[in-house]
Design a protein around this ligand. Structure first.
Ligand code: 3PG
Length: 215
């Protein structure tokens, strides 16, 4: 399978993606296990924190049920780090030709950040037909996705930024939305409190919300 096909398979299988910023690597494995227990097995673990690399390594080694994407890729060096850490895909908030080239060279599927028509055109030029629509709410929300579907009817979106348990059903109901992501699935306060049961409950409840919308 090509990297592009691998990404589509991953996102179709697991359409709820926690965007995780881990401050304490010791929380990584129990957090990942709590999410997996709630049926959420595809994780975006961001490179935003000092503990990120340690956390990603631990999840990759110790939670084999999880599909780990490395997020907040901002450079070609970050792509290398992601590959070295065992990422199955990369996620970027926006993207540059250097990042596309590094992902292609490493055979790493990329979910590139794109919030404008020009950024989408750049993604398409690099063979990416699924984009992370970020920051989803500030960049125009559902209305923006509907408008962008005009010129790009076959594009698929994974919106993140401002999505939560209360509004996720609205996002999932938008044509072209293949998956959604956000930090509500791994809230800082619950991670700090080591309240893994609460995180499993959030994951379960969020998954169940899809049952309320048309397939
Ligand atoms: C991301 O990188 O996708 C966002 O930081 C997630 O945004 P949220 O915290 O609003 O879910």
């Amino acid at each position: 399978m090509s990297p592009r096909e691998r990404l589509a398979v991953i996102l179709r299988k697991n359409w709820l993606i926690p965007v995780i910023a881990i401050e304490d690597a010791g929380a990584a494995v129990p957090l990942a296990q709590a999410l997996v227990a709630g049926g959420v097995t595809t994780l975006e673990v961001t490179l935003r924190t000092a503990a990120a690399a340690d956390a990603i390594g631990r999840i990759v080694r110790e939670v084999p049920q999880a599909t780990v994407g490395v997020g907040t890729i901002r450079s070609a060096d970050d792509v290398e780090r992601a590959v070295d850490l065992g990422a199955q895909f990369g996620v970027s908030p926006g993207t540059t030709p250097k990042i596309y080239a590094a992902c292609a060279a490493a055979n790493l599927p990329l979910l590139p950040g794109a919030a404008t028509a020009s950024e989408i055109l750049l993604a398409l030029e690099h063979g990416c037909e699924i984009v992370k629509f970020f920051p989803a709410v500030p960049a125009g929300g559902i209305a923006a996705i509907k408008a962008l579907r005009g010129p790009f009817p076959s594009l698929q979106f994974c919106p993140t930024g401002g999505i939560n348990e209360a509004n996720l059903s609205d996002w999932l109901a938008v044509p072209g939305v293949i998956a959604i992501g956000g930090s509500w699935l791994a809230p800082d306060d619950k991670v700090r409190a080591r309240d893994w049961d609460a995180i499993t409950d959030i994951a379960r409840r969020s998954r169940a919300r899809r049952a309320t919308i048309a397939a």
